[in-house]
Design a protein around this ligand. Structure first.
Ligand SMILES: NC(=O)c1ccc[n+]([C@@H]2O[C@H](COP(=O)([O-])OP(=O)(O)OC[C@H]3O[C@@H](n4cnc5c(N)ncnc54)[C@H](OP(=O)(O)O)[C@@H]3O)[C@@H](O)[C@H]2O)c1
Length: 225
């Protein structure tokens, strides 16, 4: 089974569509039950049969644990797409919104990876963590967003060292701009007409996640061009 977080919107929803089209068994999650139901409604009936949904706030440890307790066996892959944005000059950013940004991106990643390592470190599970090109270089007016994504990168790189010798693999993903609801919910008024669609980014990511017998792609940057 493949688990996809952030599946109620954007990249996670597009990945859900692509994997469901191959009749892969999926457990998909987001916070909004309604948005998850809308994504499922967009699938054909045979595709829907293989997809289970579970609404969870990944900033809450009990929700994260309950999510993975629904799996009958270790998953083959977990693709962690959940996250949110918040932008602007730092002096104009509101402390509450900054805290939410930290929770949605960093706390969720810590709790998800903590749960996965504790359950599956001895299993052949591929864990894919979606960050951003904002984890690779500083950007003006994106200081707190860069900070949380850099922090997630530090988490992933440190856990790779802790997992040395374990069959669990951590794959780091750094997407550039995608035309999704992300921009609207982040409050940034921006023209996304030249950005990748979520389906384009999901298609490239899905291809890059196919391993060979003796290798896999560990770090994936998806640039818009
Ligand atoms: N869009 C871009 O240009 C862009 C570029 C680079 C990187 N990224 C990153 O790529 C990832 C996916 O972005 P996207 O564009 O697909 O965004 P999106 O369309 O806004 O979707 C975000 C998803 O994350 C979920 N989510 C947010 N906070 C959560 C929480 N606390 N617990 C559980 N689920 C939570 C949302 O669930 P609900 O809607 O159900 O609440 C939604 O399913 C994010 O990590 C984002 O930072 C985006």
């Amino acid at each position: 089974m493949i688990v996809i977080t952030g599946a109620s919107s954007g990249l996670g929803a597009a990945l859900t569509q692509l994997y469901a089209a191959e009749n892969q068994p999926l457990l998909v999650t987001g916070r909004s039950e309604q948005k998850l139901a809308d994504v499922i409604a967009g699938l054909t009936q045979p595709e829907q049969k293989n997809v289970k949904t579970y609404a969870a706030d990944l900033c809450v440890a009990e929700d994260v644990s309950a999510l993975f307790s629904r799996l009958p066996a270790p998953p083959s892959k977990v693709i962690h797409c959940a996250g949110s944005g918040y932008f602007g000059p730092i002096e104009q950013q509101a402390p509450e919104a900054i805290n939410q940004l930290i929770h949605n991106n960093l706390t969720s990643s810590i709790l998800v990876l903590r749960e996965l390592v504790s359950r599956y470190r001895d299993h052949n599970v591929t864990v894919v963590v979606v960050m951003s090109t904002a984890a690779q270089a500083g950007k003006a007016n994106e200081s707190t967003y860069c900070a949380v994504k850099w922090a997630v990168k530090g988490l992933v790189e440190s856990l790779r060292l802790e997992l040395k010798g374990s069959p669990m693999k951590l794959i780091a993903v750094y997407p550039g701009g995608m035309a999704t609801d992300f921009w609207q919910t982040s409050g940034k008024d921006i023209n996304t007409s030249s950005f990748m669609t979520a389906t384009e980014a999901a298609t490239m990511l899905k291809q890059a996640l196919i391993p060979t017998k003796h290798g896999y792609v560990s770090d994936i940057t998806i640039n818009r061009g």
